[in-house]
Design a protein around this ligand. Structure first.
Ligand SMILES: *Cc1c(COP(=O)(O)O)cnc(C)c1O
Length: 383
């Protein structure tokens, strides 16, 4: 947890800002790499969770690959030390420019979401004299039991190829000169804490392996996606990587030639970041006291968008206990970080840490209300 001393040593930087705990990030990465290495798994960082350059460089330094969802993410991954052979490109709406850039960059594989997309990648690859490796994103119809905005693997989700269309997609990919069918790709949702969801996913993947086998289609890449959640009520805890990888290690009916890919975002950076904000005003409401802070939904949109819970700590005061609704300055009723939570007696000028904000935080910041974008500071930064 960031302490007042940690923050003050930066001599009162302009709040709000993201504070990244480098030690926590390194410990998380050490756990990911050692637990996944037990089974020879390849872990790719889902860049969309946090594309802060220093975070990307740290992750590349630990030898992970990158899972990108735009051409700009591919460009940044290459600039921050990820090798082309460790980059995969996903996304339901890849533009021609992005596909061309990915082909020129010689990334490892495209995760494809429709027959129409396969046709475009094939045309562009043939035109440029190259062959694109592709994995088909299959909609496994496994319910992630999470918020509907972050559930992606059920029927009628815009993501993935439906079983009915799979035959056509496989035939097209196998017969096209510009494509090489390498594997299958899944991703069922995000912030998944019930590990049974991943057990169900393994059962579906095994069924699909049999399906490919029975048709005589050779594939060597099984990309199981990401989605492992973090414990928001315990922001100093690492995600359960050992148990998570053990599920896939014991359940997948894997052959020696299969490469198993993971795409983790939130679990890698989520617990390493806090949004630091200053209390501007204390205001009495009818049934609650408001702590109006200088961070808003423009800095961290998750509570407004997903009703996400983030633990909030007052890092400058520890005396007493009062209930506050912590709200931002943006002109939207949804601009509230938490309602009626217990905090020490809080005053104007106090600093609050909104925890577990290292994934889908800084990257989703906007300039609505013409607000400044939040800055970022690392715990080990030279001062
Ligand atoms: C968002 C996303 C991920 C990462 O999800 P997390 O919940 O952050 O682990 C992985 N793969 C795909 C295809 C995604 O869209």
């Amino acid at each position: 947890m960031p302490t007042e001393k940690d923050i003050r040593k930066f001599d009162g930087p302009k709040t709000p800002f993201y504070y990244y705990d480098t030690d926590m990030l390194n410990r998380t990465l050490e756990s990911v790499t050692s637990e996944s290495a037990k089974y020879g798994f390849h872990v790719h960082f889902a860049v969309k969770a946090n594309f802060n350059r220093r975070i990307m460089e740290t992750i590349a330094g630990h030898g992970l690959g990158a899972d990108c969802v735009s051409g700009n993410e591919i460009k940044l991954a290459l600039e921050t030390g990820f090798k082309p052979a460790d980059i995969v490109f996903a996304g339901v709406g890849k533009s021609d420019t992005e596909i061309g850039y990915a082909l020129d960059s010689r990334i490892f594989c495209f995760n494809c979401e429709s027959v129409a997309e396969l046709q475009v990648i094939n045309e562009l690859a043939v035109a440029g004299g190259s062959v694109a490796s592709v994995a088909l994103r299959i909609n496994p119809n496994v319910d992630a039991n999470t918020h509907s905005y972050i559930t992606t693997g059920i029927e009628d989700s815009k993501f993935g190829i439906r079983m009915e269309d799979l035959e056509r997609a496989v035939s097209f990919a196998s017969e096209s000169n510009g494509l090489k069918l390498r594997g299958m790709h899944f991703h069922v949702g995000s912030q998944i804490l019930n590990l049974n969801v991943f057990r169900n996913l393994c059962v579906r993947i095994n069924e699909m392996l049999n399906w490919f086998d029975s048709r005589g289609n050779f594939i060597d890449v099984i990309n199981v996606g990401g989605g492992l959640g973090i414990d928001h009520s315990n922001p100093d805890a690492l995600p359960p990587f050992a148990e998570y990888f053990r599920i896939f290690g014991t359940m997948l009916e894997r052959k020696p030639h299969h490469k198993i890919f993971f795409e983790l975002g939130r679990a890698i950076t989520g617990q390493s970041g806090s949004l630091i904000t200053r209390v501007l005003y204390i205001k009495e409401g009818e049934n609650t006291s408001f702590a109006i802070v200088d961070a808003g939904m423009t800095d961290l949109i998750r509570p407004s968008l997903y009703q996400a819970y983030h633990k909030i700590e007052n890092i400058t005061s520890a005396v007493g206990e009062v209930r506050y609704t912590v709200a931002g300055p943006v002109c939207e009723s949804a601009d509230v970080f938490a309602r009626n939570i217990p905090l020490p007696v809080t005053r104007r000028g106090d600093l609050l840490a909104i925890r577990s904000a290292g994934a889908y935080g800084e990257v989703m910041a906007s300039r609505y209300n013409m607000r400044d974008l939040p800055g970022s500071i690392f715990s080990d930064e030279a001062i």
